[in-house]
Design a protein around this ligand. Structure first.
Ligand code: ATP
Length: 497
């Protein structure tokens, strides 16, 4: 059924440039008068989507419907849409009036007899003045463009775009060229203008705060694909995945394991949560810094060491180390640091998301003195030379860089990543680097995905074609070259040899 309230709809829209998938299967309905923002990092396809709506790009596939009618092949000038760009694209040799009137002077309208005619000087002046009123620059009609500030120029660019009375205004990072203070002022003004005009705004930005401030609806994008569509509050409070959580505001994100019921394990503790996931499913757990309470040592669910404190104006931001994991906490109280403390996280502060598991990631791994990577207190032989491209190992365990710099990675914190297909399961429990019990086995069509848990409660998830039962004791082996390492801090460096 046609919904008359929907002004524009994108249906399965994709845009490919050769091998680049700029936009992939984009589906969105925008209501009349709505303020919608496309938010995402550089290169995620925001501008391309906007340009397809404007008609500057043709979708590779899919449909764009305006008021229920397919406009995929309609040229830009026949669409009731106008665009405001980051660079104002004003004519420097024309004054404010002529810049805004430019399009109107070319415009033809139909009179009551069905004949086309130009707009009269009086009609043009009326329209220019009412556009200037909306952007709050009524006194500036005769000013030269070069005498205006960046913010004023951007308002003129908006006036020029709205003077044609489009049904939809597209804004591509319109405040990107302004300084922070001007940006904040213009954000409020844009919101006002949106209210006054009552038309639909589709806005592009990579600034999450701007998106949350301005929009009725935020569309979070990554790699050409929509990650989440929601209200600013919905996106902030209930991010759909770890990417959205990380992109919107500050977050602590941990790899966790659902424990069945409403319980989830992360930071070495089993917490009560509000979301239920399959027992032993790998999950991402997001906790906002403001949802963590600091309590005296021994009174928390988890304890750790407060290592730093920064005053942020309305609160303090603390960093706590729980083992080798970092916990960022916001608290209005001023507390001493360099001491042990506890933390409490209430169930409604814990957001759990399904993880699409492609590799085992060990965030708290480190290198021991024998150049093994230690995961779950077990040393795994690995190739530490990958931490310095083009390096080699000398006979004494030092890594020699291509320029002769000597590196010592002993005790360096690393992130270790092991693919599911790179872990070999051994029936001989003591033959591998680690051992554990099978806690989950999921049939994936042509193989099993097994989870092996060690005595230290670390999980190794692996693909195997063999069947195992829960509680089977097994060994695991990983080839040194299959462990990918990323350095988390600085390595100890010595001068060139
Ligand atoms: P930014 O915030 O940096 O403007 P964006 O999210 O708007 O980024 P797009 O400009 O839409 O991203 O680009 C999406 C992807 O499509 C990028 O990988 C970009 O390099 C690619 N792309 C865009 N236009 C073209 C083109 N004309 N030819 C080839 N590739 C393109």
């Amino acid at each position: 059924m046609k919904d008359n309230n929907i002004i524009i709809e994108l249906k399965n829209v994709s845009k490919h440039y050769g091998q680049t998938y700029a936009v992939e299967d984009f589906n969105l309905q925008v209501k009349k008068g709505e303020f919608v923002t496309f938010l995402g990092p550089s290169g995620c396809g925001k501008t391309t989507t906007l340009r397809m709506i404007a008609g500057f790009e043709v979708p590779t596939c899919g449909q764009i419907l305006l008021n229920g009618r397919d406009i995929s092949s309609l040229p830009p000038y026949e669409r009731p849409v106008n665009t405001v760009f980051q660079r104002y694209a004003l004519f420097p040799h024309l004054d404010v009036y002529d810049n805004i009137a430019f399009g109107l002077k070319l415009k033809r309208v139909e009179d009551e007899n069905g004949k086309t005619r130009r707009l009269t000087r009086r009609e043009i002046t009326e329209k220019v003045r009412s556009a200037l009123k909306i952007v709050d620059l009524e006194e500036y009609e005769d000013r030269d463009i070069s005498t205006l500030s960046g913010g004023q120029q951007q308002r003129i660019a908006i006036a020029r775009a709205i003077v044609n009375e489009p049904e939809i205004l597209l804004l591509d990072e319109p405040l990107g060229a302004l300084d922070l203070k001007m940006r904040k002022d213009m954000q409020l003004e844009l919101k006002e203008m949106h209210k006054k005009l009552g038309i639909t705004f589709i806005y592009v930005t990579h600034d999450q705060e701007e998106a949350l401030t301005l929009s009725d609806t935020v569309v979070v994008m990554k790699d050409g694909m929509i990650q989440q569509i929601g209200t600013p509050e919905g996106i902030y409070n209930e991010p759909a995945n770890a990417f959205v959580a990380d992109f919107i505001g500050e977050s602590n994100i941990y790899s966790g394991t659902a424990m069945g019921g409403l319980k989830v394990r992360f930071l070495g503790h089993v917490f009560d949560a509000l979301d239920e996931f399959e027992k032993n499913e790998k999950v991402d757990v997001v906790v906002r810094p403001e949802d963590i309470k600091i309590v005296p040592a021994g009174e928390g669910q988890v304890s750790g060491r407060l290592v730093s404190k920064i005053f942020k104006g309305i609160h303090y931001e603390y960093l706590m180390m729980v083992g080798r994991s970092e916990v960022v906490i916001q608290d209005t109280k001023s507390l001493d640091i360099d001491r042990e403390a506890g933390i409490i996280i209430e169930p409604d502060g814990i957001h759990i998301m399904a993880k699409e598991l492609t590799a085992n990631i060990y965030d708290d791994a480190y290198i021991d003195k024998n150049n093994n990577v230690v995961i779950s207190e077990r040393p795994f032989p690995c190739d530490v030379t990958q931490l310095v491209p083009g390096s080699t190992l000398d006979g004494e365990g030092y890594v020699i860089g291509p320029d002769g710099t000597v590196y010592d990675f002993t005790d360096a914190d690393v992130k270790a990543s092991i693919g599911l297909g790179d872990i070999e399961i051994l029936d001989d429990v003591d033959a591998g680097e680690a051992q554990g019990s099978v806690v989950a086995s999921i049939y994936k069509g042509d193989h099993y995905m097994l989870t092996v848990r060690t005595a230290e409660d670390e999980d190794f998830v692996l693909d195997t074609e063999y069947t195992y039962d829960e509680d089977d004791r097994v060994g695991i082996h990983v080839k040194p070259e299959s462990i990918a390492l990323t350095l988390k801090g600085e390595a100890k460096k010595y001068a060139k040899k």
